[in-house]
Ligand binder design. Structure first.
Ligand SMILES: *Cc1c(COP(=O)(O)O)cnc(C)c1O
Ligand SMILES: [Zn+2]
Length: 465
């Protein structure tokens, strides 16, 4: 068991409250570098006061062993997608492992998780594989995996406010999906939201989501890293609560993607998981989910984890090639705008995860990500550019022999392609810079004439073409 998951003592402030499920399992924030000290989840604290490193949520694993692995699996299966609120959400169905010490009445849930684990049969066959799966995390309330973590963070904020805490608003910097998710959950919980976006660098859909949900939307003339440094300063004001994944509450919800994919595979572990990475919270959460499952006896091996980066924003790839020596970069424009991040806040957590999971990091060029997304779309998917980055990684690693075509591989699709209409349109119109658009498909424009329609069909429609 990794030592960072272990919590020794026994003094949680709410450990006497037993009227909701799991309220007596103890949790705390602790420094990832191992400094002494632990802090309640109800305290607005994002970094270790001793060394300044990130915090993480630790769970009382000994207490959680009061149920056997088989009993946890049975419980999670019983709740999965059922109606007993909020346990039908696949995040809150695993509440005891995620955020046990919260009152059910405080939870702001919009039915997270339970997303399709798509058997990519046809695309897999094209690549010589039999066991390729795509975890469609974008089939979610706001269209990205960010909902998995945001429900936890906003629920904790609501409980703090209900208990008299001084929070005026929740705030985040975003490459588009975090702000969409924060704005929706804050609106659902009746909490003011402030979002900082890099002007002109998020998709139209992503900009409109927080606008529709009534957030204060601040579009700044900078990039994500610039927005991030301003929001960190804002959150030094006690009344403004930081909702970025630097706040490790988010990762507690996000780690359920690991548990859920294993659950969907009838509690079998995949061989390899490929995930696109930007700020690198999600890969850390993925690893934490698998490690918690191992600690509680549900799995007895760990999958290999691959982080896929865009070549335009590749600091983790450069670190991987350089003995994990990490240095930030200035991220260049990429179609994979949600991972256009040069100074990822969770790089240390990500490296720790990769070292524990035979980690590989890849990078995809703009051509590779666009062609991979479009090629897979031809087999029935509708991929966002970030999923394109992950699919490009799969293709590269099959070519290089680093992934065995017989392996069971899960590709994490992080957002809905429907948020990235402009990317799709420009691909199919051949307007992405430097991209040939090998799979372009454009509408055939015709007069209002039956024979013209017949001719067009005869020219274009052939089975197998
Ligand atoms: C946020 C996001 C990512 C990157 O996740 P990190 O935790 O920042 O690494 C990837 N894809 C999409 C669509 C995202 O919204
Ligand atoms: Zn510390």
């Amino acid at each position: 068991m990794p030592s960072w998951l272990v919590v020794g003592t026994d003094r949680h402030p709410v450990s006497t409250l037993r009227y909701n499920k799991g309220m007596d399992y103890r949790t705390a924030f602790r420094c990832i570098a191992g400094c002494p000290g632990e802090y309640p989840l109800w305290k607005p604290i994002y970094r270790c006061p001793t060394c300044g490193d990130l915090l993480e949520v630790t769970h009382d694993l000994d207490a959680l062993r009061d149920r056997s692995a088989a009993a946890w699996m049975r419980l999670f299966d019983e709740r999965y997608k059922r109606t007993a609120w909020p346990y039908g959400s696949s995040v809150w169905g695993k509440k005891e492992w995620v955020c046990p010490n919260i009152r059910d009445e405080s939870i702001v849930s919009m039915d997270e998780g339970g997303t399709n684990l798509f058997w990519a049969d046809r695309f897999g066959q094209e690549l010589g594989m039999r066991d390729l799966w795509v975890k469609l995390c974008g089939n979610s309330h706001t269209g990205s995996f960010k909902d998995l973590g945001m429900t936890v963070l906003v629920s904790v904020v609501r409980q703090i406010i209900e208990d008299g805490g001084n929070i005026r608003a929740v705030a985040c910097a975003s490459t588009g999906d975090t702000s969409a998710s924060l704005a929706a959950y804050a609106a659902g919980g009746g909490i003011p939201a402030i979002v900082l976006l890099p002007r002109g660098k998020v998709s139209t859909a992503q900009l409109l989501q927080p606008i529709a949900n009534g957030a204060l939307v601040l579009a700044l003339d900078t990039d994500f890293d610039g927005c991030m440094s301003i929001v960190q300063r804002l959150s030094e004001d006690e009344g403004i609560y930081l909702a970025n994944s630097m706040n490790s509450l988010r990762l507690e919800g996000q780690k359920t993607v690991a548990i859920e994919m294993v659950q969907q595979l009838d509690w079998q572990i995949p061989d390899v998981v490929i995930i696109p990475g930007g700020n690198l919270g999600n890969v850390s959460a993925l690893g934490a989910g698998f490690e918690m499952m191992a600690s509680l006896g549900i799995i007895n091996k760990q999958p290999q984890i691959v982080v896929a980066q865009a070549q335009a924003a590749n600091p983790l790839y450069l670190a991987y090639k350089n003995n994990w020596e990490f240095a930030p970069v200035v991220a260049q424009p990429t179609q994979a705008s949600a991972i256009q991040i040069g100074n990822p806040v969770s790089f240390r957590k990500a490296i720790r995860t990769l070292q524990a999971h035979r980690g590989i990091v890849t990078q995809a060029s703009e051509v590779e990500l666009a062609e991979a997304a479009a090629r897979a779309d031809r087999t029935g998917m509708y991929n966002c550019p970030h999923t394109g980055v992950a699919l490009a990684a799969l293709i590269q690693l099959l070519d290089s022999g680093e992934i065995d075509p017989a392996a069971r591989v899960v590709v994490v699709s992080t957002a809905s392609g429907l948020k990235f209409t402009d990317f799709k349109l420009r691909y199919h119109e051949g307007r992405l810079p430097g991209v040939t658009s090998l799979h372009a498909n454009t509408p055939v424009e015709l007069p209002n004439d039956y024979d013209a329609v017949r001719r067009a069909i005869d020219q274009h429609a052939t089975v197998g073409a």
